[in-house]
Write a protein that binds this ligand. Sequence first.
Ligand code: SF4
Length: 151
Amino acid sequence: MLNAFEPRVVLQEVPGEVSLAWLVTGCPLACSGCHSQDSWDPAAGTLLTPERLQGWLTRYQGLLTCVLFFGGEWDRDALLPLLRLAREQGLKTCLYSGRDRVSQTLMAELDYLKTGAWVAHLGGLDSRHSNQRLICLHSGGSLNHHFWRRS
Ligand code: SF4
């Protein structure tokens, strides 16, 4: 069972994609300095069912290219049907995980995967020193350079 806050349409988190982004609650990693501590409580938000996802996909039909989940990998059985539902409708899928790897079963339903916990002194995807990686799972290539600012 996964809960999530209301989704947002985002343009930058997955380069080249218009994503419906869900902040899933209940992340167990408790990174120091996490910007989303209000999402740690698994009871926060509302139950994220395939029906709820479908409602938003219908609302934004024709506008989206991707569905993005910030977390949720800790309940694989709840996340898998959501990923499959998105793909059945021709959408790509992305998971932002704080872990360094996720199961092969989840990866089989993903087009993009962000790995790595938040480590303040290394920074996020916009840092060239980050431990985090956003990977296209088709090419295996890192997409981090899309987040780097010119200096
Ligand atoms: S993985 Fe992300 S959401 Fe989870 S505690 Fe770390 S920074 Fe916060």
